[in-house]
Ligand binder design. Structure first.
Ligand code: CP
Length: 308
């Protein structure tokens, strides 16, 4: 039986598959001309229920540079707003070769994948952001030459990005310590955390200074998810979060004596989770990390289309 490979989370991906995509992404970045026609005549449907800069840009440019074509679909302007997600997906997968979707609910992505005759990529939902984690690991491997036996500290709200980082790091042998005094309830996945703990590579602490002391990478993310950032109904919660999270800001004082690389998946909020001087500091690899979304999108698309 032919099994379609999806990328909804990294749960069903083996360490070898993750490393293969990372290595392929690095190779594609080095030798882009060798992949100019790799997805010739192929089409990607990109469905967005939420805003995006990097995910949309990277996948659209990736398809163009691989010789294929991407279709941007704002959820609100499609008949997904009024029809069954499974029916619409069944149709879509008869016209396109791959679907990438950024949806509010992971359950909807699962429904899409079940109905689809082509690979489905999670472009970020409330629980996971696997494309970001692959790009992050690619960037770390590029900078450090390896992934195993490094130590990454994630400081911020426990969210979808944090979940996928935990999955990714523990699978490739990297230690990950989270400093997350707040949790986005909708992102909770106890099974993922339990599995990660069993590897011995994942721990959580409130001691932010101690965690940073001997780590290789400091990673932070927004304290407020994109769908709530400008929502007046979320104003009170946003203010509460800022007050609680400010002692965990990634700033020069926290990083004193550390030579850790600094990462952020963007969009950033300077002066909140990270200060501007740290964003612009020599150890910051934030813009390389965001640039690598393009090459890792290519690596993911090739892997799912069976071209690696
Ligand atoms: N990091 C990330 O996914 O960026 P966008 O939300 O802009 O796509």
């Amino acid at each position: 039986m032919f099994v379609i490979m999806h990328l909804l989370t990294l749960k069903n991906w083996t360490p070898e598959q993750i490393e293969e995509v990372i290595d392929k992404s690095i190779e594609i970045k080095r030798k882009p001309d060798e992949y100019r026609t790799a997805l010739k005549d192929k089409s990607l449907a990109m469905i967005f229920q939420k805003t995006s800069t990097r995910t949309r840009t990277s996948f659209e440019v990736a398809m163009t540079q691989l010789g294929g074509h991407a279709i941007y679909m704002d959820w609100r302007t499609t008949n997904l707003v009024l029809a069954d997600i499974r029916d619409e997906t069944k149709y879509l997968s008869r016209n396109v070769d791959c679907i990438m979707a950024r949806l509010f609910k992971h359950a909807d992505l699962k429904a899409m994948a079940e109905a689809s005759g082509v690979p489905v990529i999670n472009g970020c939902d409330e629980k996971y952001h696997p494309c970001q984690a692959i790009s992050d690991l690619m960037t770390i491997k590029e900078k450090k030459g390896r992934l195993a036996e490094l130590k990454l500290v994630y400081i911020g709200v426990h969210n979808n990005v944090c979940n996928s980082l935990i999955e990714g790091c523990t699978k490739v042998g990297m230690e990950i310590i989270t400093v997350t005094p707040m949790v986005n309830e909708s992102s909770l996945d106890e099974e993922l955390l339990e599995k990660a703990k069993r590897t011995g590579l994942y721990k959580t602490t409130k001691d932010v200074k101690g965690a940073v002391e001997d780590c290789d990478i400091v990673y932070t993310d927004t304290w407020v998810d994109m769908e709530f950032f400008l929502d007046p109904k979320f104003k009170e919660e946003k203010e509460k979060r800022i007050k609680l999270m400010m002692p965990y800001q990634v700033n020069k004082e926290l990083l004193k004596g550390s030579d850790a690389l600094i990462m952020h998946d963007m969009p950033m909020h300077r002066g909140y989770e990270i200060t501007g001087d740290v964003v612009e500091s020599p150890n910051s690899i934030i813009y390389d990390q965001s640039e690598n979304r393009l090459y890792s999108a290519k690596g993911i698309l090739l892997k799912l289309s069976g071209k690696t």
